[in-house]
Design a protein around this ligand. Structure first.
Ligand SMILES: *Cc1c(COP(=O)(O)O)cnc(C)c1O
Length: 347
């Protein structure tokens, strides 16, 4: 039987909807290296205004936007503070050291989130010249490896105060920032007040083929376009992709609540299965769970694969499911059935 594949490895697997394709096809474009692409300019202005910042810049990837932000905040030899789960540390190819000559002080937070006390305790004393100078704190919201957990913004407020006191920059990796904003009903401007720079990804939950926008104020952002050029991220008629992003901002933000609801429902089903040892609390669109010690991860993943279902293995016994725009109500029905019946198949 030829069934549709249910791909829950990541929210990056989505394809443009017909409406998004229409927006792409009818986009006004120009050469963005000359800053002459009207659609890119409109997207940058819209996100800068939404987050209450003066400047915004469009990047091909989230990694490039984060790496640029790190470069803007630091000098070679310095150190940034992040959680040991952080994407900037684990999944950007070592770019922190390659691009900026910076090291990471890793903190074991809770589900990828830090407290103000942890941040303050990780700062190297600036007059002790043996240790690297701490100059930046990078947070992630929602956390990826932390299972889609969202910060309490009051804690971020305290972290910001620590950064202010010690003269540190504060960057937010917002690959899934709109998931947090929707889940907690937050005002994007509050994020603009808390962070010096924010990367906002458009190709995860929002469902565009590519693009991340970095927002910040002029004193930091004035060099962003130069760093983007150095990293090879100057693009020409990229307004086609900015049009997809503008469409997504109009049509794909509120619907994230649907992804969150389905993720909660899947987590409930998983929690009732004998083959599952534990399921982490679900706040947004990511479910992280562990199998019972008697169940082989590989066999479990294969039995799902045999039923045309894909999920991902995060290592350390953690399996990950991510709900998204292309995960339909019908797929959700089938997925729940399969999860309820899989144990018998693998025993
Ligand atoms: C996906 C992701 C990024 C950006 O990754 P790219 O693949 O370069 O777009 C950054 N941070 C987090 C937490 C992510 O999940």
């Amino acid at each position: 039987m030829n069934q549709t594949i249910i791909d829950l490895r990541s929210d990056t697997v989505t394809k443009p909807t017909p409406g998004m394709m229409q927006a792409i096809m009818s986009a006004q474009v120009g050469d963005d290296v000359y800053k002459e692409d009207p659609t890119v300019n409109a997207l940058e202005e819209r996100l800068a205004a939404m987050f209450g910042k003066s400047h915004a810049l469009f990047f091909p990837t989230g990694s490039m936007a984060n790496q640029t932000a790190i470069k803007l905040h630091t000098q070679p030899g310095e150190q940034l503070i992040c959680d040991h789960y952080a994407h900037v540390y684990n999944y950007e190819g070592g770019g922190v050291s390659f691009n900026s000559g910076v090291s990471c002080k890793l903190i074991e937070g809770t589900r990828g989130m830090l407290t103000a006390e942890q941040v303050e305790g990780a700062i190297n004393p600036p007059d002790f010249y043996h240790s690297p100078l701490t100059s930046l704190v990078c947070l992630e919201n929602t956390t990826n490896k932390g299972g889609g957990a969202c910060y309490d913004l009051d804690e971020v407020e305290r972290i910001k105060a620590v950064c202010h006191k010690h003269d540190l920059g504060l960057h937010l990796d917002g690959a899934r920032l709109f998931n947090a904003i929707v889940a907690k009903n937050e005002d994007p401007k509050r994020y603009g007040e808390l962070f010096n720079t924010i990367s906002i990804c458009l190709s995860k939950g929002l469902g565009t083929p590519l693009g991340t926008v970095l927002v910040g104020n002029e004193h930091l952002m004035k060099n962003a376009i130069r760093v983007r050029k150095v990293l090879g991220g100057g693009m020409r008629q990229v307004g086609f992709m900015a049009a997809a992003a503008l469409y997504a901002l109009d049509h794909h933000v509120e619907r994230l609540a649907e992804d969150h609801q389905r993720a909660r429902e899947l987590a409930q089903v998983l929690a009732q299965q004998e083959y599952v040892k534990s399921v982490e609390p679900v706040e947004t669109n990511i479910i992280i769970f562990k199998l019972h010690p008697d169940v082989e991860e590989e066999a479990f993943m294969q039995s799902l694969e045999d039923q045309q279902i894909r999920i991902s293995n995060m290592g350390g016994g953690k399996l990950r499911i991510v709900t998204h725009l292309d995960y339909t109500a019908r797929m959700h029905e089938r997925m729940q059935e399969v999860l309820k019946n899989t144990f018998s198949l693998i025993n």
